[in-house]
Design a protein around this ligand. Structure first.
Ligand code: TXA
Ligand code: MG
Length: 317
């Protein structure tokens, strides 16, 4: 059920059930982070392996101390700089944190979301809300309440509607649980913005990574087969596919559209914020149109476009 009734959402969380709620990045599938049985329902609803940890959403930075131990100065610095906002910090977990939340790891992912409804929900609920993205495991993340409904249907007890998510792709994840700060997942908060606050370089090596499903090669994927194509090859590949009688969805970056009934042509924004905001919503829509293939014209391979390219590569498997 899709609603804007915050009190009902709080009551459902307190009863140990699942509430999907909007954040500025994507919709989350939330449960009381202090109730292992409730958190277990997230894994069942998503079809997600029990070993994959979920992020705990907290109302403000002061809640770090309850969930994490041995918190480094860098965590306070990054939290002060970017929270509320699209940043998740991986820290050593405190003793009272359930293994269901952390996938049996010694670390916990924490984030203070910026969406006003997420914030109100956290304040009224008064505790941490464990929430991965509100989609089935491996699928595209939802950026509207309707996307959640389409993916999870009756497996979620209530969906809080907060409109379309402003950022549109998942948070930047930084691992601060060892001596070397490390990027686990790029997002709207850039590497350079984080390095500015840290005053040191961020490692991007994947060695000894904690498990993070967003790091699997294929994830965030539409059902339709998807390919990333360099601009120079786009038209030739479309013409070849048309000769083979294929129906094609195209997410173009800067190529002039081809007007053919077999082609759905979408001009993506060249503005990174707008592109990120639109990406999943457009993929959800194009995915439902029964094309044989979705072609995505490759955006620039620059740091600014790192998170978008990361999600595109994962969606293309
Ligand atoms: O923007 C976001 O981060 C959204 C919204 C709802 O907050 N959430 C999200 O959750 O994308 P999810 O579960 O789809 O992806 C979170 C990532 C996963 O790859 C997970 O494994 C990783 O964070 N993660 C969570 N806790 C972790 C931990 N203790 N150690 C390592 N990775 C962790
Ligand atoms: Mg996810």
């Amino acid at each position: 059920m899709i609603t804007t009734d915050l009190h009902q959402a709080v009551a459902i969380l307190r009863a140990g059930k699942l509430v999907a709620f909007p954040t500025e990045t994507v919709y989350g599938l939330g449960a009381d982070a202090n109730n292992p049985q409730a958190v277990a329902k997230i894994y069942t609803a998503k079809g997600r392996p029990l070993t994959h940890p979920v992020i705990v959403h907290i109302p403000d930075i002061n809640h770090l101390q309850y969930w994490a131990r041995e918190i480094p100065a860098s965590a306070w610095q990054l939290g002060k700089a970017f929270w509320p906002g699209p940043l998740t910090l991986i820290l050593k977990k405190s003793d009272q944190v359930s293994n269901t939340v952390t996938g049996n790891q010694d670390t916990i992912g924490l984030r203070v979301p910026a969406h006003p409804i997420a914030h109100k929900l956290l304040i009224e609920f008064g505790g941490g809300i464990a929430a991965p993205s509100a989609n089935r495991f491996g699928e595209l993340s939802p950026t509207t309440a309707q996307h959640v409904q389409d993916s999870l249907a009756d497996d979620v007890d209530l969906i809080l509607d907060g409109g379309a998510c402003a950022v549109g792709i998942e948070s930047t994840i930084i691992d601060l649980s060892s001596s070397e700060p490390r990027l686990l997942r790029p997002g709207a908060i850039s590497i350079s913005a984080i390095e500015n606050i840290l005053g040191s370089q961020l490692s991007t090596s994947q060695k000894n990574s904690p498990r993070a499903p967003g790091m699997l090669a294929s994830h965030y994927a539409p059902h339709t087969s998807m390919k990333i194509i360099e601009s120079a090859n786009l038209i030739a590949i479309i013409e070849l596919l048309l000769q083979q009688g294929k129906n094609i969805g195209v997410l173009s970056f800067n190529t002039t559209p081809i007007a053919k009934p077999q082609v759905t042509w979408i001009m993506m924004s060249q503005d990174i914020k707008q592109y990120s905001h639109d990406l999943y919503a457009i993929l959800h829509a194009v995915d439902s149109e029964n094309h044989d293939v979705i072609l995505v014209e490759q955006p620039p391979q620059t740091e600014e476009w790192l998170a978008v390219n990361d999600r595109l590569n994962k969606a293309a498997g």
